[in-house]
Every structure is written in C-alpha cells, then in structure tokens.
Design a protein around this ligand. Sequence first.
Ligand code: WT7
Length: 659
Amino acid sequence: MSQPDGQNNELSNLLNESRTFPPSAEFASQANATAELYDQADADREAFWAEQADQLHWETKWDQVLDWSDAPFAKWFVGGKLNVAYNCVDRHVDAGNGDRVAIHWEGEPGDSRDITYAELQREVSRTANALASLGVSAGDRVAIYLPMLPEAVFSMLACARLGAMHSVVFGGFSSEALRSRINDAEAKVVITADGQYRRGKAMPLKANVDEAVKETPSVDHVVVVKRTGSEVAWDDARDKWWDDVLDGQPDTHTPEAFDSEQPLFILYTSGTTGRPKGILHTSGGYLTQAAYTHRNVFDLKPESDVFWCTADIGWVTGHTYIVYGPLANGATQVIYEGTPNSPHEGRHWEVVQKYGVTIYYTAPTTIRTFMKWGAEIPAKYDLSSLRLLGSVGEPINPEAWIWYRKNIGGDRTPIVDTWWQTETGAIMISPLPGATATKPGSAQRPLPGLSAKVVSETGEEVPNGGGGLLVLDKPWPSMLRGIWGDDDRYRETYWSKFADLGYYFAGDGAKYDDDGDIWLLGRVDDVMNVSGHRISTTEVESALVSHPNVAEAAVVGASDPTTGQGIVAFVILRGGVDDAASGEAALKELREHVSREIGPIAKPRQIMIVPELPKTRSGKIMRRLLRDVAENREVGDVTTLADSSVMNLISKGLKTGSD
Ligand code: WT7
C-alpha cells in the first residue's frame, strides 16, 4: 500500500487543522449564491421558499406555501399542481435547449452514450407509454433494480410522469432484501437487467429477481434491460424484454399535472430495528429543494458546467443529485456505470478529463480509497476543468479533505461538505461555495431557508464549544412525508424524542465550534455507516442468527481507515455445533451468509466466536465494550454488566475470521 502523498508529517499535523479556506475572489464574484441569501431567507422563510418553487413550472399555482397544522405530516405548496418529469425534461426542450446534452453516460467496459434533453424527452415518453401499457397508473408502485444505466433514469422519470411511485432497490442488495422491499410497497412491476458489470466481470442480476418474485403476489411483470447478454431464465407470462415493451411505443406522451403532494418515490433505509423503513417523498417540495440546493451548493451554471455525482441511483444521493436536482436545473452531467478501479485506478480522472467535468461530488470513503492508491494516479490526468468539489455520506476527516482539495482540486477549488439524509431528501447543512470560508471536517451551517440545532438530551441548545444531538427544528420542503404504511413508526422514530419541542431527531451527534459552526460526529443510534451506507446492527444480527450454526450475535461498527466503519460481529455458536463450525472455512461461510441475506455491503469485516456476550442486568447488549475489543482498546467500565467476568472470557476465548 502506498503512503497517501508520502508525506506523513503533513498528515499528522492535520489532526490540528484549523486553517479556513475562503473562496477565491474569482469564484465568489461569479457564484450563484452570496451571503445575502441567508438574510433574504431569514426575513421571510415562506416567501423565500415560494421564490424557489417559482423556478419550477407549475400547471396550477399553490395557494399556501406550508401547511403544518397536521404536524409532523407536512404539506408544501398546497393546492399547486405540477408534473415532475415535465420539469426535469420537457421544460428544457420547450425553452430551446433540446440539443443540450443531459447525460454523458459512460459504461464500465468503455462503451458510452450521449443523451440530449430532446432525446431524453423521447425516451422518457416511450418508457411512460410502455409502463402505462403494462397497467401502471398514478399511485402505483414500480420497483427498479438496475445498474447505473440510462434506463434507470428513464424508468424513474417515466414513473414520475405517470404519477406512479418508484422504489429503487440498490443493485448490490440480495434477492431477500429485494423481496421484502417489493412486498412492503406492493410493487406491480419490477424493472431489472439481465446482468451488471462489476470490476470487469458480467454478474447476474435477473437471477436475484427470479428468486425474489417467487413470493411477491403484487408483481404482474418483470421488465428486463439487456446489458451483459448473459443467459437468463424466462417466464413467458411474466417477463418482458425492455426493447420489446418499448418497441413501437410513441415517443410523445402528454404529461398530466399532479398535486404538489403526489407521492414521488419510496426509498428504503436502515433504521435501528431489522426492518427497513420505506421513506416517502412527494413532488413539489422535494423538487423545489432538490433544484435549489443543486443550484446553490454546487453553483451550477447549466450552459457551461459538467456535473458528476458518483453515487449509485439506488441511494438517495443518486435520486436527488443525479436524477431530480441536476435535471430540474437543465444540467449536463456524467453518469458512470462502474467502480472507480475498472479497468484501472485512474478511471474517475480519465472520465473527468474526457468530459471536462467541472463539479465532482463523492463520498469520504472514496476519497480515502484514492489516497490509498496514491496521489500519483490523479496527477497523470488533466483535472484543470474542475472548479468545485463536494463530499457526502459521513463526516470527512480533515486529512482526506486537504488531500482532496490539493490532489483533485489543484489547491484551488472550494469543497462543500454536505450533510443530509434519505429522510431530509436534499442537502440541509453545507457551506455556500462562493460565500463561506470553509473548514476541513465541518459541514458548518444550515443552508438559507433551512434550520438545524445542536441540543442537549433535554432539548436545550448547547453553547458554542458544546456537543449534543442534531435536530431539525423547522419543517423543510423536501422532508419525508412519512414511512410507507406506518405512521406510528414515523412519529416514534423521528418525532418522539423531542415531542414537546416539535423537533425532528436526526440520529446524529454533533457539536458547535467556537464560531458556532456545526461538526457532525456520527450516528448515536445502532446504525453503522459503512462506506457512507447505513446498515443497522440489528439487521446484520438477524442475518447471522438465521444461520443454523448461530445461537446469538452482536454486531458493532468499528472504526475503519477506509470505509469509516467496518462491521465486526461477535457470535455465539449453538450448543452441539462441533469445532469445525468455528474453523476458518466456517467463519468465511458465515460472512458469506450475511452477504447473501442482505448484500455484499453488509458482509462483516471480521467475525469473532465468543462464549458469552456482555449484557446489562436488563439483558441489553453493551456494544460499547464490544467496540473496545473490535478496535483493540483496553475494555472500558464493566460495572453495569450482569456478570463482570464476561469480558475476560471474551478476550480469552476469541476465534476470529476475516479477509
Ligand atoms: C446519515 C444519512 C444523504 C446522503 C447519503 C447518506 C451521515 C451524511 C454527512 C456529512 C457527516 C454525514 C449521517 C446521516 N452523513 N452526510 N456530510 N457529514 N455525516 O444518506 O443513508 O440516509 O445516511 O449519513 O450520519 O444521518 P443516508
């Protein structure tokens, strides 16, 4: 492994990094947003949001900006009507920009395709007509289980055009995860591909769908995009090739205007229990904040910028900053199908150079991977087109921030560290690149029109220099409208902790520095953050105990230099299971089992076989102590354990397996 930059001294100094990076005069003078935007929003919040919503095309104007009378169920732009797909596609064609490239699509094997807004309009229209021919209409749910193909974007926008909801399921999730999501949403149609390219190899994808839809009574059709050309099993009554359903469909489609609160999508995310939550987003408010944040945080100039968000469409970042934000703003963007090291570790920089990418948005885990690969790799490419960099998914450590700015941003570009969640729908806390003197490691301030506070357990705002919990104390346009099918869980999960104060509890710890800037400190609940993906400890524990050899399991997120956190599992084997079950091969099998149950992203980094688990008298597992073991620290205070000798037993009896 090469040393990041080969400059160790510099890195250790960064632990005390206190420099700030004001925007250059040149950047500031051309920026979309100035500091005045804060004042403007503070003066009249609702008027401010009305002005942002006005940048979209509404078929019928709203008569009320916000209805919060049924809190925590919000309604934004009440009475307004719009079509989300019209706003993301047709509007730009109607404005004379049909020839502008919407998507530079780059396939992993090196094939590519440029799609103009005019072409996107035709493709989305054909897809909408095709879905309608399969019986999809407003209010229906469509599951999308696709790699990063243009068809994923066409499908999402086709649903939006019809007023149907999409539920995109990340292509790395297992058939079991797919099945539970299809069933929870009662999806009518599943859109998938024969296979997907991963690190140069064609991997099956439809096979997972075949497995999943064995027990999904709601599914009438599976539509299959041909990508890898690999063999697939076929059910004539149910399965249809994408090309066949689209063939002969007219390439025009009249969009219908839907209510501002028409549901747009469901996206599942991990909570503190094993059962994923279907986060529900609606139309007018979501699109308003997606477009507003994309325009101002990324300083987007639609005529000249080339935007690239490296997220997968299966996560909210892909929804908001590949599909809805950029397309609502008429941006030109890159969509890349593959992994950053296919076929070589310079692939991202090759793509930046090829398309002249100006704005690049990625996750800290990816940046740390690039650091590991070495600064000499990006140095081989011309990255001078870049003018702004972004980060999202977890706190970015100052070393990674500085490395990013220096080696990717040429010591020149502002970096926006953007805090938000699946539930918030769009960015909430971030610098404004033309106005904020940025600080490596801090997301800093809520954007104009948005509000967040760091409070104590009892809800009082902590003073500067103090730490506590992050809350959102005012409703915002792109906020979730609920958990699909479970209003009680919605209230309980987000609104019960500070019920009297009406605060939304984000699940993150945070602190204010002496200037009042916010620093995010990671999750305070049983949710791990692995490579910017949320995975609950309970979910992995349930997967482990579903294996016949496992009696009990406890999972912790241990800090990891590349992925932020890594999954470490402590497992008690069932009585009667012989020694072979704790051998190297058996441990490997357990890790594979989790990967099959949930998906490769949930595969534990390490499994330790233990004779006991540390529990309090009330039976709650003390993960703190297990984290000490997983991170090779001296074990902390054990006095609240029911049996304080357990930790000795654990450290003595460890049998461990990892890569
Ligand atoms: C959780 C949300 C929204 C994009 C991707 C993740 C963490 C996200 C930051 C940041 C510190 C961050 C939080 C949050 N997170 N961005 N800039 N700094 N932490 O979406 O899967 O819904 O996860 O990711 O812990 O609660 P998600």
